[in-house]
Design a protein around this ligand. Structure first.
Ligand SMILES: NC(=O)C1=CN([C@@H]2O[C@H](COP(=O)(O)OP(=O)(O)OC[C@H]3O[C@@H](n4cnc5c(N)ncnc54)[C@H](O)[C@@H]3O)[C@@H](O)[C@H]2O)C=CC1
Length: 383
């Protein structure tokens, strides 16, 4: 019998969803151990799969757990879950994942969960996990197969310019080896030749261009292998790999509501892409940008933003520097507005996004009008 003590007072959802959430609640406090044990099982039982993963597994561990939690939380919300899994399936093509790998992963996952969620584990729980995993992996496999007909698993892209704007921020322009379709506001995953299979996310800093070139703003962060390689090692002529575009922080061109954009640090990159997108459509909708940084130095792209402001009467750019203003970026929103006719776009460190959401909700902006990339994904952005 499952242990009722660990179950929430009122449990809602399908029988399988309840059993799966109970397992997740049970493993929550020992999540690190579960993921380590899972990978140990996987690599011992299926050593041939080790080559699909990066040498350093730190970020990978967080990603597996995040995927499991997202799936468990949305088990009864089919459209959110299917969307998420299709994206995940398409994104797995760049790792070389094949349909026959899924059962091996499922078997080791259940092995790890049953060991660490022993008090709530039962034949019913196991059956619920087998059903859920089988359905979810089939969605990923089908999405990957459909994507094979339209897109390559990854793109090669050559660095054409590398502009070191500050000692730790570079603006990098790339030429993909074949057309790379994406929307302003989206992001992609990047792998460098120096750290094979370590993929990190970066937002596109420009709307799609007629010459097909792509731009990223990269800040080298402490212990960030990929970001340090891109800032300090990469040079024109080097070739990196890109995964497919993803993200829904895009402009809704079916309305002409204003855009309220909050860009913190290198989070200004996709905001610049959104401005270019609005400009290209020729719609004169108001775009209000709040650009924040900790120091003058970190406001590395202010000249570009001010130039854009000069060319577009509908654009307003306000810059905030923490050290001078003694307020954090989201607080600045309260002094302007009203914002209830605006769609809000948040881009920057996870803490800024979380507090930006709170501030906007607090001043009456509905959640449905607030867009940002997944905060969990951002934890592995830019490393
Ligand atoms: N699509 C996206 O959302 C993108 C996100 N990023 C992320 O942006 C970050 C940029 O890093 P840095 O330049 O070092 O940023 P940073 O740590 O220097 O902060 C930039 C701005 O955000 C504000 N801020 C930071 N933490 C906050 C918090 N907890 N509450 C309220 N405001 C806060 C600061 O006041 C500052 O104005 C990285 O974490 C990167 O992953 C970068 C590009 C795109």
């Amino acid at each position: 019998m499952p242990d009722q003590r660990s179950a929430p007072a009122v449990e809602e959802g399908s029988a399988d969803a309840i059993l799966i959430r109970r397992t997740m609640a049970e493993i929550g406090p020992v999540a690190d151990k579960v993921t380590s044990y899972f990978y140990a099982l996987l690599f011992v039982r299926h050593p041939e799969l080790r080559a699909l993963f990066p040498a350093a597994m730190d970020t990978q561990r967080e990603r597996l757990l995040k995927a499991l939690l997202t799936a468990a939380e949305n088990l009864d919300d089919t459209s959110v879950l299917v969307d998420y899994l299709q994206n995940l399936g398409r994104g797995h093509r760049k790792y070389g994942t094949r349909p026959e790998h899924y059962p091996a992963v499922g078997e080791c996952l259940i092995g790890a969960l049953s060991r660490y969620a022993a008090t709530v584990w039962s034949p019913e729980t196991e059956a619920a996990w087998v059903r859920a995993y089988t359905t979810m992996s089939q969605v990923m496999i089908d999405a990957a197969a459909a994507d094979e007909l339209r897109s390559p698993p990854w793109w090669h892209a050559e660095i054409v310019t590398h502009d070191l704007r500050t000692p730790d921020i570079a603006i990098i322009t790339l030429r993909p080896d074949q057309p790379y379709p994406f929307l302003a506001g989206q992001y992609t995953s990047v792998e460098t030749p120096w750290w094979p299979r370590a993929w990190r996310h970066y937002s596109f800093a420009s709307a799609p261009r007629s010459d097909g070139l792509l731009t990223f703003h990269v800040k080298a962060v402490p212990a960030g292998w990929v970001s340090n390689a891109l800032v300090h090692r990469a040079r024109p002529g080097d070739v990196i790999r890109l995964g497919p575009p993803t993200g829904s922080m895009t402009v809704d061109h079916t309305t002409d509501s204003g855009l309220l954009c909050l860009g913190g640090g290198t989070g200004i990159a996709p905001i610049k892409a959104l401005i270019e997108d609005v400009a290209e459509r020729g719609a004169r909708r108001p775009v209000e940008v709040f650009y924040g940084a900790r120091t003058d130095h970190d406001l590395y792209d202010i000249d570009t933003m001010l130039r854009l402001q000069q060319s577009h009467s509908w654009l307003s750019v306000r810059a905030f520097i923490d050290q001078q203003a003694h307020v954090q970026l989201p607080d600045a929103l309260r002094d302007y507005g009203p914002w209830n006719e605006y769609d809000a776009y948040l881009s920057g460190p996870p803490g800024m996004i979380r507090s930006g959401i709170d501030t906007l909700r607090d001043i009456g902006v509905p959640r449905s009008r607030i867009r940002h990339d997944s905060v969990e994904e951002l934890l592995v952005v830019g490393n």
